[in-house]
Design a protein around this ligand. Sequence first.
Ligand SMILES: Nc1ncnc2c1ncn2[C@@H]1O[C@H](C[S@+](CC[C@H]([NH3+])C(=O)[O-])CC(=O)[O-])[C@@H](O)[C@H]1O
Length: 326
Amino acid sequence: MIDFAPFYQRIAKDRLQNWLHVLPAQLYAWMNEQRHGDFPRWQRALAKFAGLQAQSIELKQSVTLGRADEISEGERRKLENLLQQLHPWRKGPYDLFGIHIDTEWRSDWKWDRLIPHISPLKGRHVLDVGCGSGYHMWRMLGEEARLVVGIDPSALFLCQFTAIHQLAGRPEDIFFLPLGIEALPKLEAFDTVFSMGVLYHRPSPIDHLLQLRDQLRDGGELVLETLIIDGGANDVLVPPDRYAQMRNVWFIPSAAALSIWLEKCGFDHIRIVDESVTTVEEQRRTPWMRNDSLAEFLDPTDSTLTIEGHPAPKRAVIIATRRADG
Ligand SMILES: Nc1ncnc2c1ncn2[C@@H]1O[C@H](C[S@+](CC[C@H]([NH3+])C(=O)[O-])CC(=O)[O-])[C@@H](O)[C@H]1O
């Protein structure tokens, strides 16, 4: 059901062909070592998606696959049930044959904030690091990127992506690989690399920036989105324990500090194009993500603070270019 061979074929004669030296062995090992207890259950659900394929696809303004009248009411109920088996749906929203997957995050809002500022994706090789279910990957395809590759170590997100990919008729210019960024060789081949919501999860943020640079060709563009704090060039928050209930948060710099890190890591034309406080309208509990969400992670008496007393989540979008000598 989950088959990476089409990706190997796609890149065999492409500028990504050097990846073939390591990738098949890594993915073979991943499939054999995949130990998430629910993986077999998700795969069984995925097998039942076979045969259902959208006739109409809209990716430019939203991710909408199939109109409501393309399937019967019974088929829709069955599809909704299968999609619910892949709960929790964090990144979206998706509209599938009249079913609205109202995800925890309004990922479309993040997209709207960055799209006016980036180089047009048309014809580009694009990498989305930490792609989640792949919502932004579909929007990249909607912008006519030539090839979209998303990487994310989560087995659930691979299954969610595979479900959507199946419903879209398995297009051949978009691929999800279940890998962390640290598993990638130095490809120096992508025109645009996105890293959104990942930097604060990395124990070594400088290494993360260097790894992102190593995936870009000279002059390629990095689109970096991450949590920031207010402050000057030397201000960084390192939460001693949890941050907004998240266990794996390491470094939250100010935007000014992040700009300096980028410069040191071989980037120039560094621009902070957006800073936004995350609202409970953008990240919230829904019928498709029934666990606690941002409202429960903030101080109930002061929404400018997290429940641990840190500044509440604020995010920046920074765009930078890989220096030729970087
Ligand atoms: N080492 C790693 N390498 C790659 N991905 C990783 C790694 N570690 C964790 N992830 C993945 O990074 C994603 C971060 S979520 C952002 C999603 C999307 N980009 C968004 O902007 O909406 C934001 C959040 O969870 O705070 C998750 O899907 C992880 O599995």
